[in-house]
Design a protein around this ligand. Sequence first.
Ligand SMILES: Cc1cc2nc3c(=O)[nH]c(=O)nc-3n(C[C@H](O)[C@H](O)[C@H](O)COP(=O)(O)OP(=O)(O)OC[C@H]3O[C@@H](n4cnc5c(N)ncnc54)[C@H](O)[C@@H]3O)c2cc1C
Length: 381
Amino acid sequence: MSQEPIFRDVVIIGSGLAGLTAAHTMRQQGIEPLVLERESDLGASWDRRHPQLTLNTHRSLSALPGLSYPAGTGAFPKRSAVIAHLQAFQDRHQFEIRHDAAVSSISRADGRFNVETTVGTILASAVIVATGRDAVPVVPQWKGLETFTGRVLHAADFGDARAYQGRSVLVVGGGNSGFDVLNHLSRIETGPVWLALRNSTSVLPKRMCGFAVHRLSPLMASLPTRFADRLIGWTQRVAFGDLTRHGFPPGRFDAATRLARNQIAIAVDDGAVAAVKRGRIAVVGGVTEFGGATVTLSDGTTLAPDIVIVAVGYVSALTSLLGSLGVVDETGRPHLRGGLGETAVPGLWLVGMQPSLTSYFQQAQREAKHAARSIARMQRA
Ligand SMILES: Cc1cc2nc3c(=O)[nH]c(=O)nc-3n(C[C@H](O)[C@H](O)[C@H](O)COP(=O)(O)OP(=O)(O)OC[C@H]3O[C@@H](n4cnc5c(N)ncnc54)[C@H](O)[C@@H]3O)c2cc1C
């Protein structure tokens, strides 16, 4: 790319599932976008995740537009199947993706966006940011953390579950990534495992009597939120009984409301709850501080795990990209108009930043369609 700024109608940042979906919907509107991707290959974000990862969402709801997974793919595709799916989509559509092009900032002047990248400046009438919501792992700055003599890692760095054989592990956080870690730990011979929870958690089984529960998600998503809360709460109770008997904090049964308001995704159980019931995993209170070999919990008791896995989530990296445009708060959470990725800056769209009851794939399609139609209207005007 030359050092002179080049002009493109539409620039998409990121070639993950959200960026590829956005490229597809733009082409359907007759506009060829330029996709900027900082990595050399497609699927790098999935490649960095742990090797035993399978999706929590059913394959029928986890596909890019118009492309199915090949015959023989399991109900919940493996990490490698997702990467192959992204590649197959790009092979079919041949979008213009510029790899090794990292965007450092986006600003606006004279009615156009200035996209600063490692390969030069690009001017664009519209920008779709699809850089991922799970971009930066969060590790709270607990008191004494730096003095802890055990190992502390984020769930993003979980790695191979077999490495935890014989080790005592404290998992902090019972959301999606906490349960993912516990599901895998429940299948190997670890030492004691604890789950530290500050609040109640919403959790659904991956399968019930062999049925993939996630297939009910379109029904749940079609209901008014308070009915979806009840259906999810009812499914949780039928699947697991009263979890407070096993140390979980009392449930609030407002999973759909929390997802819509606070973007807290519902955890998926694939063996962890049974391990809690068997006494292999103990549910304990939230972590308050660290010191030497011990971790102190909210009730004052202490534990001395070999390893602490922090599973309290991620934040986006939007602040550094979009800081000057006033569309992101200090925690990296975007201010969006409505539920479909629209920002207050005309021509700037975010795709893939919001979880949904169905899947990120489905939500990205809804957002990308809305963005592409609006951008096409804007360009025709
Ligand atoms: C462990 C885990 C399991 C998950 N399981 C599921 C599941 O079962 N079902 C589901 O629907 N969702 C799941 N998700 C959530 C979501 O689908 C994934 O996070 C998915 O990767 C999001 O896709 P994306 O395209 O929005 O972001 P990403 O996959 O992160 O893609 C963003 C792309 O943007 C690029 N990029 C970022 N910054 C820049 C920049 N400054 N310049 C240029 N390029 C940039 C990145 O290199 C990357 O290629 C899971 C997430 C995690 C962490």
